[in-house]
Design a protein around this ligand. Sequence first.
Ligand code: TMP
Length: 254
Amino acid sequence: MSRRKKIYEGKAKILYEGPEKGTLVAHFKDDATAFNNEKKGTLEGKGVLNNRISEYLMSHLAKIGIPTHFIKRLNMREQLIRQVEIIPLEVICRNIAAGSICKRLGLEEGAALPRPIVEFCLKNDDLGDPVVSEEHVAAFGWAGPQEMEDMVSMTLRVNDFLSGMFAAVNIRLVDFKLEFGRHYEGDMVRTILADEISPDSCRLWDLRDGKKLDKDRFRRDLGGVVDAYAEVARRLGIMKESPALKIIPNGKSA
Ligand code: TMP
């Protein structure tokens, strides 16, 4: 495993060269960061859960026609993905006010928004991933007009689909972050969904008691982070076979 060529290491994942041209292997780590690296931790088993949850959500999105980078899961911590050129934007979709929008606009956490709101942030840790307008995106050429249209329409479809999927298991999809990439197929280029969709990149609240089942448990020191992620997986019907979640720590072979 260690002999594979590492292409990139991020905060929660490592990307290795894949077995075929145009593919990569994404390895999900147990590391967590928040507030742009100010807070760091290791949450044993998080990578295993996020690998499975992201596989589950991306596979279902593919079935409704959303093109994604996901090809197949390889093992507990790894999945085979299509290599893309990441568009340097985080696309955030919000249904309920929480997190940074509350601070920026003085909203109360938990307030329903008048309609789903899509925001763009520039992927730049040094700047703290600032919110940017479509005007900025166009002027600086971070994404083209067609790419922007594709990203917004896919994000809204993802929101509708995942809101329903989570509501069916008594979870409210408060907000989430997506990343997209340019996938080159011959001389064609297509915008496809990339990165991951997991409790690291979504806010998920229990519909009955409001309990947070996402990374805010880590950000706010609420404890029980991995248990909450496991609860999401359990409700979605993933990892049914392992109630004790036999999780192999990072670094050991899976
Ligand atoms: P925010 O309220 O902090 O802007 O976050 C909105 C959503 O985006 C929330 O579900 C967490 C997710 N998110 C990420 O996945 N990565 C990030 O770097 C940030 C800032 C947010």
